[in-house]
Write a new protein. Sequence first.
Length: 412
Amino acid sequence: MDCFRTTCLVNPIWRVVSRALLAAAILWWSEVSPAAAEERAPRIVFQAALPLPNRADDADGNSVEITGLSGVAWLGADRYVAVMDNSQYLLLFRLLLTQTGKPLAVDSFRIVTLSQQHDYEDLVPCPAAVVRGIRRDRGVRPDDNGPEREECVLVCEEDTPAVRAFSLADGKMLGAIPLPGNLLTRRGNRGLESLAIEPDGRFLWTANEEALPADGPPAAVGSGTVVRLTRLPLPAEDSRPRADTAAAPVAFQAAYRVDPPHSFVRVFAGQPLSGLSALVALGNGRLLALERSGAPGLPPFASRIYLVDAGAAVDVSAVERDLAAREEAAARKRLLWTDSLGINLEGLCLGPRLADGNRCLVAIADNGGIGTPNQLVGLSLATPAPAVKPAVLGVVAAVVAIALLVGRLTSP
């Protein structure tokens, strides 16, 4: 009788517990299911656009025309820097944002004249290890105060092509990051268009705008193009960028398929284009890819931002030709945002973290000499909630299994 009473007491308790834990397991499964993962993907929200001036002064007070803005980078706080293509100029400026990432005002423009002129396309701040190597070579003691992240920038250009380091103080070239040989075979005006740096400062990402001649055709009506997302190791803390731009072996390359040009109503003669315009590194090989297409008609431009897991893609660095035919090797991408905006978006960078925990994205538009305005575009990157840790999931699963087992054993 006592045993029966115990069973009668324990059994309902375990039934309640096991059912509760089973419900929790079902809830957990709904959180990690593919549908839930889709819900947790980042979102990009357009905030506002601001016009940029047509001219700014350099350090000597000379007025310089602002044209061909092609890349932008965040220097920390409210400071940014942009690069002009086919020139020797950088543009420093300050940007005021709301707590939600809406751009309110842009001012304090200043031109930095670089020591070399090239077809510059994108740039990132030098990571701390590279800065320390440069400071040491300049005879600056480690304990001396100084703006480490703002001392130099890495800039990619597509006419040589190369990735070069320049001082923001005087525009002097400080060195170069070696490139793999296949990137040196780019099509004219379709070479290195993008540059991004991993948050830990160990790697750069760059890519050609459209397919290398050996890899496949450029974009055309109804067909896209394939490019190589290339990960470059940065110099260690005890070294600095090289003095030359000689080719070097590449550690990793991923194939990335750019969409075909957007649909348009033809207004004048010419061929449309579509290419990879900018990259933003989110960490662990996850990238934002800005695709830009142009057409001889209306709308003249279209922009698309994709999320790409390049770090999980197949390494195609050993593939010497016909990369476009290797469809199975293409990195997976997910569309986050698309719009025409009527402007030629060329540069994109991460900005500060916002009050709601999201990140600001800053884009710039190139006037391209065709009458469209220089513009700065504010976006926000809404990141998903963090996934449940595998260790926690394992404990929950084990408890559920034990609860179900005990509930069955104590059943009458």
